[in-house]
Write a protein of this length. Structure first.
Length: 171
């Protein structure tokens, strides 16, 4: 009787399944993965999101214990208790943590009205404009007319980069 025809049972069968699973996992990593280099469409992402909303979400209705909530609090993860404590920050992370300048121009005269070196968060509070709106206008240079705030009813252009010849401040 050959080894291949012997029945596999008990722990031997379990270890063979685990070995096969590990080998398949190794083969499907990186360029071996059939989905490697591809991206889900926005439609597919929306469907996957809908499949995890409300009662379909595995965490729906589950109550987190006070011990778990205390463990997740910021106090529980300060200093040496933080998993990133003592590890160097990723080099590309700095560009995300530095605020981008926001320049506000009059759309007609193209003059610089004001600038915010502190970034979008300070600009949105000062100008009373939503964060997403301000970010979208900065990235697309679209003309925007605030309905409230200090510059209401003026047509403005927001930008992250200074424009040439617009160094004068408008009062």
């Amino acid at each position: 009787m050959s080894c291949q025809s012997l029945p596999i049972s008990g722990l031997v069968g379990v270890s063979l399944v685990l070995l096969k699973r590990a080998k398949l996992s190794e083969l499907n990593q990186g360029s071996g993965n059939p989905f490697f280099g591809r991206e889900h469409t926005l439609e597919t992402l929306a469907i996957m999101s809908d499949l995890k909303k409300g009662e379909l979400n595995p965490m729906y209705g589950k109550v987190k214990s006070p011990e778990f909530m205390a463990m997740q609090s910021s106090e529980a993860k300060r200093g040496a208790k933080n998993p990133m404590y003592g590890k160097p920050a990723l080099p590309h992370f700095a560009e995300f943590t530095q605020p981008k300048f926001v320049y506000v121009y009059d759309s007609v005269s193209k003059e610089l009205i004001m600038s915010f070196p502190e970034g979008i968060v300070v600009a949105k509070k000062t100008l009373n404009v939503g964060y997403d709106t301000l970010r979208r206008c900065c990235n697309s240079n679209e003309v925007f007319t605030p309905r409230k705030g200090p510059l209401q009813n003026r047509t403005l252009i927001f930008s992250h980069t200074p424009r040439q010849g617009s160094l004068r401040r408008h009062s």
